[in-house]
Design a protein around this ligand. Structure first.
Ligand code: NAI
Length: 281
């Protein structure tokens, strides 16, 4: 635990849910934490809530779609702390369910936040990480970035892209002493199902006109058949995963069999090619 004292973290989407949970866990571990978010009122409330628990954190308004703003956020973190130990590219949104609801406007908003937000985080902080030669980048993907599921193609595409990008960056940064993790939460009780609160007006107007709203969501009971993880526990898992050199940070075992099945399918498809090549040799 004490190994984290005095180290620094920067978290996007830190005013709520998993980002806020990571902030609390990191602050508990003695780190100097900066949370950022597009929602300024929620950011102030988050800072006050953490202060009430005895944690002083810095905050910074940031829309992850804005590369210039991300670069100046990185500069201010480096100026204040002189180092970055953990960058959490965490801000994310989800909406719509079926291919019938797809529009370019919706796709672009979702990819801008979920994928370009991560890309901007990398662009803003990579020079500092490479210069100092240490640190970890935690990209929040999803279980949906490992398993394709019906009716969540937009969100799933963005999260598969984050897992893929994280794999690429893991390889690229290994020689620089910088670690990369793909955080793939299962189910965490947050405000994610109310994500259109941050959507551009043309997206929300179109959803309202079509009678669509956020994804209906019935929270499963903790300890029930589907796992639910507390956001602060996700933060603790991330710290443990860094220490244990874990890349895919899953948050519960509920979907482990489904992942194994998909991997078995891949192995089977490789075997099919091997058989085909042997037959035609
Ligand atoms: P949340 O809605 O509670 O928190 C997301 C935060 O991102 C909010 O504070 C929101 O204001 C912020 N945000 C939205 N657009 C932004 C933008 N353009 N720039 C900066 N901040 C922005 O939801 P949650 O669940 O904490 O989401 C965090 C991440 O976890 C997301 O990437 C989400 O896709 C991922 N995730 C969540 C799961 C869950 O079960 N809650 C499961 C798998 C992944």
């Amino acid at each position: 635990m004490t190994g984290w004292a005095g180290k620094t973290a920067f978290i996007t989407g830190g005013a709520s849910g998993i980002g806020l949970g990571m902030a609390e866990a990191f602050a508990q571990a003695g780190m100097a934490v900066t949370i950022s978010d597009i929602e300024e009122a929620a950011l102030a409330a988050a800072v006050a809530g953490l202060a009430a628990k005895g944690h002083q954190v810095d905050s910074l308004a940031l829309d992850v779609r804005d590369l210039a703003a991300f670069r100046s956020a990185a500069a201010s973190v480096m100026q204040r702390h002189g180092r970055i130990d953990i960058l959490c590219n965490n801000a994310g949104v989800v909406f719509e369910r079926s291919t019938a609801d797809w529009t370019d406007t919706g796709w672009r908003w979702l990819l801008d936040v979920n994928l370009m937000g991560v890309v901007h985080g990398l662009q803003a902080f990579l020079p500092a990480f490479k210069a100092q030669g240490f640190g970890h980048i935690v990209n929040t993907a999803s279980l949906t970035g490992l398993l394709g599921r019906a009716d969540i193609g937009q969100y799933g595409s963005s999260k598969f892209a984050i897992v893929g990008l994280s794999q690429c960056m893991r390889e690229e940064l290994a020689g620089h002493g910088v670690g990369v993790l793909a955080l793939c939460p299962g189910m965490v009780m947050t405000r994610i199902m109310d994500a259109t609160r941050n959507a551009p007006r043309d997206v929300t107007a179109r959803l309202a006109a079509a009678g669509l709203s956020d994804i209906p969501f019935t929270p499963p009971a903790p300890g029930g058949p589907r796992g639910v993880t507390e956001a602060v526990e996700v933060g603790r898992m991330v710290l443990d995963a860094i220490v244990d050199d874990v890349f895919y940070v899953l948050t519960d075992l509920t979907w482990a069999d489904d992942i194994e099945r998909e991997q078995a399918r891949l192995r089977g498809d490789i075997a099919w090619l091997a058989r085909r090549e042997a037959a035609t040799a």
